[in-house]
Each structure stands twice: as structure tokens, then as C-alpha cells.
Design a protein around this ligand. Structure first.
Ligand code: E4P
Length: 220
């Protein structure tokens, strides 16, 4: 299973690449705003970090666009800037059509803001390279997520679509595990979520005990 970092903070991305061999990055307008840098500046900095790799970087088109032709034009402009860029488009009728046209031009897309299996199915039909079911937002809204992820992966597998499933907005280790058990290809989450998932309080307690035994035992 692949891990993508959900961030536009270049220091976080470099850390995740060096320490965890992160498989890609997803950005969105919130992440770019939090970076404190202009959109073009920050996406090109991220592109530089991944230059020479085949690791994808999702970059989102202007969310105000509602005409598929404008989405395609912006997607083509962004895709020309880096071979790593994957064009992030909203799961709406115009977004699905833009995915179809970009796929015809050999440009990869990631359908974002997916909240139903039917939206994911249409993304797959239209040739999306990636589809991003947003489980964290859904669970915060009181909706169940395990069946949702299962439905999306089952649909993909039933019909042999090439689309990779990015379980998005994961908020904790349990949701990362849910994604992996369901057979999703990728999980994307923020840096603290991954770091928390690598830890467990019993690991710390156990390490402390072993350190005490070690200190009470001669080495030779
Ligand atoms: C995924 O591609 C999105 O960028 C992300 O998961 C959105 O969620 P968040 O910004 O609330 O974490």
C-alpha cells in the first residue's frame, strides 16, 4: 500500500520523503494557503523535490471553475509544468468530463471531494488515474466509512478499472488500517496523522522496561 503526504509544506514533504520514502503528495487549496506561499511558487518547489522520480503530486485546478473546457485548459497548463503533476478535479459533471478529455491527452487526473461510491464509479468510467473518497470528512459528518471504502474498491475490482483509490483525509491510525484492509491502493493524510500511527504508548513503555533491564545487565 502506498502512503501519500497530504501537505504543501516543503519541509514536511522533504522529511516524509527522506524518513518514510513517501510515495507521492496530495495538495489542495487549504494546504497551499497554509504554506504561506503563492500557488505557483509552492507547487514548483514540490515539483523540484520530486524531480527525476515517478512519484505523483496532485495539484488542484481553480475551484471556482465550473466549465469543463476551462478545467481542461488549466489542467493542460499545469501538467506541462512537471511530469509529476496529476490534475485534481472536483467530482461534478464538469469535472468528470474534464477527466475524460485530459485522459485522452494522456494527462492523469485525481477526482477529489468524492463522497459516494456512484461518484467514484463515474470517475473510473471517465478514465481517472486516481479517485479520492474523503473518509475523514464523511466520518466527521456522522456517516459510516468502512462500507463506503469497500464499495469503491469492490466496484474498481469488479470491472477491472485502472483507477487507483486514494483514501483521503484519513485522520487516525484506525482509518489508515481500514483503508489497507479494504484493499485501497493509497492513503493520504497529514504529517501528524502518519507520525501518530507509527507510535503506540505500549512501545514507549516496553522500550523503557527493556532499557532498565539493559542497564542492569553486564555487556560482557
Ligand atoms: C486529499 O486529497 C485532500 O487534499 C485532503 O485529504 C482533504 O482533507 P483535509 O484538507 O481536510 O485534510
Amino acid at each position: 500500500m502506498k502512503f501519500f503526504l497530504d501537505s504543501a509544506m516543503t519541509d514536511e514533504i522533504k522529511h516524509a520523503l527522506e524518513m518514510w520514502d513517501i510515495d507521492g503528495v496530495t495538495t489542495n487549496p487549504r494546504h497551499v494557503q497554509v504554506s504561506g506561499k503563492p500557488f505557483m511558487t509552492v507547487i514548483m518547489e514540490i515539483a523540484d523535490i520530486f524531480a527525476g522520480t515517478d512519484k505523483p503530486i496532485s495539484v488542484e485546478v481553480n475551484p471556482h471553475l465550473d466549465d469543463w473546457r476551462e478545467m481542461v485548459a488549466e489542467g493542460k497548463k499545469l501538467a506541462a509544468l512537471s511530469p509529476n503533476f496529476v490534475i485534481k478535479l472536483p467530482a461534478r459533471e464538469a469535472g468528470f468530463k474534464a477527466v475524460y478529455e485530459l485522459a485522452a491527452a494522456d494527462i492523469k487526473s485525481n477526482l477529489t471531494l468524492v463522497f459516494s461510491a456512484a461518484q467514484a464509479l463515474q470517475a473510473m468510467r471517465m478514465g481517472a488515474a486516481y479517485v479520492s473518497p474523503f473518509i475523514g470528512w464523511k466520518e466527521s459528518n456522522g456517516e459510516e466509512i468502512i462500507h463506503f471504502i469497500d464499495e469503491v474498491t469492490t466496484i474498481r475490482n469488479n470491472f477491472g478499472f485502472d483507477t487507483e483509490i486514494i483514501v483521503a483525509a484519513a485522520r487516525n491510525a484506525r482509518q489508515i488500517t481500514n483503508a489497507a484492509v479494504s484493499g485501497a491502493d493509497i492513503v493520504t493524510a497529514g504529517m501528524p496523522v502518519f507520525q501518530d500511527s507509527f507510535d503506540h504508548p505500549y512501545t514507549d513503555v516496553g522500550l523503557g522496561k527493556f532499557q532498565d533491564f539493559w542497564d542492569d545487565t553486564p555487556y560482557e
